[in-house]
Design a protein around this ligand. Sequence first.
Ligand SMILES: NC(=O)c1ccc[n+]([C@@H]2O[C@H](COP(=O)([O-])OP(=O)(O)OC[C@H]3O[C@@H](n4cnc5c(N)ncnc54)[C@H](O)[C@@H]3O)[C@@H](O)[C@H]2O)c1
Length: 419
Amino acid sequence: MKYDVADLALASEGKRRILWADNDMPVLAAIRARFARSKPLKGKNVSACLHITAETANLARTLQAGGANVVLCASNPLSTQDDVAASLVKDFRIPVFAIRGENRPTYYKHINAAIDHQPVITFDDGADLVNELHMKRKKDAGRVIASMEETTTGVIRLRAMDQEGRLKFPVIAVNDAKSKHLFDNRYGTGQSTVDGIIRATDFLVAGTKVVVAGYGWCGRGFAMRVRGMGAIVIVTEIDPIKALEAAMDGFQVMPMAQAAAAGDLFVTLTGNKHVIRPEHVRRMKDRAVIANSGHFNVEIDIPGLTKMSSKIHRGVRKNVDEYVIGRNKRIYLLAEGRLINLAAAEGHPASVMDMSFATQALQAEWVCKRAGRLEVKVHDVPLEIEEQVCRLKLKAMRIAIDKLTPDQIAYLATSGEGT
Ligand SMILES: NC(=O)c1ccc[n+]([C@@H]2O[C@H](COP(=O)([O-])OP(=O)(O)OC[C@H]3O[C@@H](n4cnc5c(N)ncnc54)[C@H](O)[C@@H]3O)[C@@H](O)[C@H]2O)c1
């Protein structure tokens, strides 16, 4: 078995983490048990470019139980949990190509190793694997039945490829499923971004001014959580509807140019580039902290920040670099501008990834059943899968809900009854 992980000796700790996360992933466990019986992915080669975490390990185990031959590579150079990668190889016989902190050439070498596996189904978190298949491994793209995309940024890239007529196989926008983004992006990113920032800085949230760039699903979740911890929260937006929503949710809304002077902590969650630029950094207070929780490390203009700094002190604390601006203003950049929740903490809690990855697993089964019959475009997750995941999660949480009465069904289906 070929693989490339940091150190197989870390496997026992990784296994403990995988099994601990599994306790909080009852929906995925139920799907895994069914997959083990019915083998819906029998003999299928699957390559998944995802954050290599304990939760992803449980998705990989589920696909493997369904009969798939699974290979994993990382979707971010800084998010790999080396102990989990080691355990996947040693304890679960799942090849992994991922080492935390790998450089760009190694990152792409690992993606190419996953493509060498000749996948017919792929998973992506940010569309790097699909992009490689389209740009450099075109022959290998021909055998792909479908690809599942986990995050907003990936879906944006794939929709752009679709519109340009460049898409070579069907992709499923798993991120856009309600059973994914309403929970994972909002509550998962919300909580784990706070976790990452606190682990990196030991920062007291209460009473500090936190600037949240982007009031989408992730931004809302994070803004909600830091407000709950006593922060004074300022939101920046470019979308008038989201900006209004933030204002009516009780947050201060202003442009970044103005927020820059007020904030103690800045967090970008936009999926856009250069949301924080030198002109903003120039206005910031001494010891302001900047972090990103959007997919790519481009939300903060790091080359611009580097250029304007008189000195850079790397690693003043784990995951903290100090940029000195002018003679003595210190700006702290967390985790090199990469996803703070994965770089400095453990990513989303398993309980919320349970829903995202249950959606992914069911979606893989769905595409397999339709192999060769799916239109080449970006597909939404069918409602029946979203509802199935939410019902299973409610059941696991021992929450019951009401059912429509026949009378209510009839009432909702007619337009006749009024005042
Ligand atoms: N950290 C994680 O684990 C994690 C989890 C899920 C998604 N993500 C990533 O987080 C990012 C946001 O995802 P989302 O689901 O919230 O997307 P979204 O589309 O719901 O929200 C993004 C928001 O940012 C706003 N925005 C865009 N440019 C801006 C700018 N220059 N200034 C201020 N606001 C701006 C948009 O108007 C939008 O409201 C994406 O890159 C996504 O891939 C990260």
